[in-house]
Design a protein around this ligand. Sequence first.
Ligand code: GLY
Length: 269
Amino acid sequence: MATVRLGQKNRALTRAVPDSFDRALAKFFGSGPTDIPLAKAQHTAYCQALVDAGIEVTILPKDNDHPDCIFVEDQAVVIDGHVLLPVPGHPSRVNEQPPISEFINRQLSGTKICSMNGGARMDGGDILRLGDLFFVGRSSRTNDAGIEELQDLLTHLGHELRIIEIPDQALHLTSISSTPTDKVILAPEGFISKDAFGELPDGCEVKWMPAEEVYGCNTIGLPNGQVLVAEGYPTVLKTLQAMGLDTVLLDMSQIREADGSLTCCSLFF
Ligand code: GLY
């Protein structure tokens, strides 16, 4: 998940692949999953990779009424122990949230949980964290009212927020970028303007990847020095290895068909 620092990634929530996964929304990277048993196997391998890295993983039961329910990252924003429950930007995904909010409520009892109201819309997949600097994508799923609510929370926490315009050919900010460490952003040429992230804190940088490896730019850095990477993106892989990270490759082909990336499938809290 994109809203926690590397050292805060101790526990993760995931959700099992529903039998209806072939009806998941698909418009950007894919045209819809075709092999649900393979999608389930890929998701199991993903959860196992997190467990193997020492993360405590909880898998919520599938919800066959919500084909996109595995993409838990979109449903809650957890920042430094504070929780903002967004109104998801696509109407078919709004009712995925209750089991996730109930779980978070139980796990983080005593934490103040805020919910978005009115016309505010946001998918958690539009938020990217680099250390204590935050970026939010203004996208087809995240509107200005949603961004304002995130801004209020980050102002309260003393963190800066910068807005990135998401091009029409992309779903979320994290569909096209990630922070494999607290100092590096991976982003594809041609999707985000070179100055979009602004001046970064000392020691931080954007590593620009070829446009054709856009999907590979979504990675999950872990506290043990590992980084989860989708199979098939050689420049991304070499870049991460050159940074001294221990790369763990995962086949994401069926999850990609539903426009899902690595970070979409987990919520760190
Ligand atoms: N299929 C993921 C999404 O559109 O939200």
